[in-house]
Design a protein around this ligand. Structure first.
Ligand code: SF4
Ligand code: SF4
Length: 133
């Protein structure tokens, strides 16, 4: 069994990481007006027939937003669910445009680093499968 499946989740570490960037990240999350203007600038959203799950704001809210909402008290299963959003559904290309200056890629990159701190990241066999694209 791999480290990804067995290592206990260090919620204290997650909380520390969340707290370190709380000001900026919570501001981004609370200022989002859910206007969807960023959506069409995301090529993955367009390539997936405008599936709402690929909207930049959806991805940030359902990854980093949820980590803040749960105050970092999450289990491995929960982090594994977020993994697909932050790696499969976003490539951090930086093309998404928000008129009020919310920087989605930095939110998703931060969520990735939190997951990575707990050894949750895509395995090579996942990345090479078509379903990951
Ligand atoms: S991130 Fe910006 S553009 Fe996208 S939904 Fe939120 S406020 Fe609108
Ligand atoms: S950074 Fe992510 S959400 Fe923004 S346009 Fe690129 S793939 Fe889409």
């Amino acid at each position: 069994m791999s480290n990804q499946e067995t290592k206990p989740i260090d919620t204290k570490k997650i909380q520390e990481m969340l707290n370190r960037r709380k000001g900026k990240m919570k501001r981004y999350l609370s200022h989002c007006a859910h206007c969807s203007l960023c959506a069409e600038s995301c090529f993955l959203y367009m390539a997936h027939n405008k599936d709402p799950q690929y909207m930049p704001s959806y991805k940030a809210i359902h990854s980093l937003g949820k980590l803040y909402k749960k105050r970092g008290k999450v289990d491995r299963k929960y982090l594994s669910e977020i993994k697909g959003i932050v790696w499969r559904n976003c490539v951090l290309c930086g093309r998404c445009y928000c008129p009020i200056g919310i920087h989605i890629p930095s939110m998703i990159a931060f969520a990735r680093s939190i997951l990575r701190s707990q050894d949750v990241y895509p395995q090579l066999d996942e990345v090479s499968s078509e379903s990951w694209l």
